[in-house]
Design a protein around this ligand. Structure first.
Ligand code: PMP
Length: 302
């Protein structure tokens, strides 16, 4: 027998299950990779691990701007590695997510979202400079999509045994869709990669060159941007669909009550996007990832 004991929770990141969504999508082939099963509670554990494995030697302090999950992943990893950790977040982030970061012993810096002097990412950059700390910079670092290209993408491909025609993925920083999408297309160029974002977010325009409809606002944490981030690779993405918040919230209940999957708002938004796409992709095998858990939003959504 070989011992299966992990050295730390960081070694427990990954190998998340892929589950068929046959109750909400009857007569269709739709599967979801449940990234909320990671120890820090989201897909961001993978990116943070990848980035910390490559940070400058001797780093003692880390800073990052986050809609919550990257912050929690970084706070968790910092606890294991003995790093001093500070996270900037938008003031719209759910209470559970803020407490979750603080529970790991990290400091949280809330940033105003209405008429801010600086947004949370700029605040993180400034604080990192002031404190001579290492700034992860998920919105610009190539290590973001690289984590999904070297880790999440190959894992998904293997679990599906290559049986996939369409990969559908929510877009926040764009790291997940760009990394997994690039890997899958290299394995099989016929695979379509389709992004999902809230209404009026900027990625659809970047991919399809359609005019934006106005200001971007959403209750879905983690998805959408007013301006596309550098981590998003439009060359990998074939199309982007937009989902109204109300529609996403309906799917939150459906996933919980019909599939027993208590997912977060971004997962529900992607499920709503898949429902929109299904008539256009009959008989296609569709795969997606559910980035985080509904547990982090119990008081916000449910
Ligand atoms: N869903 C949630 C809950 C997230 O926190 C994020 C990350 N912002 C995403 C989706 C989007 O992932 P990515 O940043 O890789 O586009």
């Amino acid at each position: 027998m070989v011992s299966q004991v992990k050295d730390s929770v960081l070694e427990a990141i990954g190998n998340t299950p892929v589950v068929r969504l046959s109750r909400v999508f009857r007569h269709a082939h739709v599967v979801a990779k449940l990234e909320y099963m990671n120890p820090g509670g989201s897909i961001k554990d993978r990116m943070v691990r990848h980035m910390l494995q490559r940070m400058p030697q001797g780093t003692e302090r880390v800073v990052e701007g986050s809609s919550g999950n990257t912050g929690a992943a970084l706070a968790m990893a910092s606890a294991v590695l003995g790093l001093d950790c500070e996270v900037t977040i938008p003031d719209t982030t759910s209470t559970e997510k803020v407490k979750r970061i603080e529970a790991y012993g990290a400091r949280v810096h809330r940033c105003a979202t209405s008429a801010p002097a600086e947004d949370y990412a700029s605040a993180a950059r400034r604080i990192a400079q002031e404190q001579e700390a290492h700034y992860l910079d998920q919105y610009c670092s190539r290590l973001n999509s690289e984590a999904h290209y070297t880790d999440t993408g190959p894992e998904l491909w293997q679990q599906l045994a290559g049986e996939i025609d369409v990969f559908v993925c929510g877009i926040g920083s764009g790291g997940t869709i760009s990394g997994i999408g690039r890997y899958l297309k290299e394995r099989d160029p016929h695979i379509k990669v389709i992004g999902v974002e809230p209404l009026h977010s900027a990625y659809r325009k970047q991919v399809t060159d359609r005019p934006a409809n106005g200001n971007f606002q959403t209750v879905i944490e983690g998805l959408g941007k007013s301006r596309p981030s550098v981590s998003f690779d439009p060359a990998v993405v074939d199309d982007v669909v937009q989902v109204p918040d109300q529609q996403a919230l309906l799917w939150l209940e459906r996933l919980a009550q019909e599939e027993g999957i208590l997912a977060g708002g971004s997962s529900a938004c992607v499920a709503a996007g898949i429902a929109q796409l299904l008539p256009h992709y009959p008989q296609q095998r569709i795969a997606t990832v559910f980035p985080d858990s509904g547990m982090f939003y119990l008081s916000k959504y449910f």
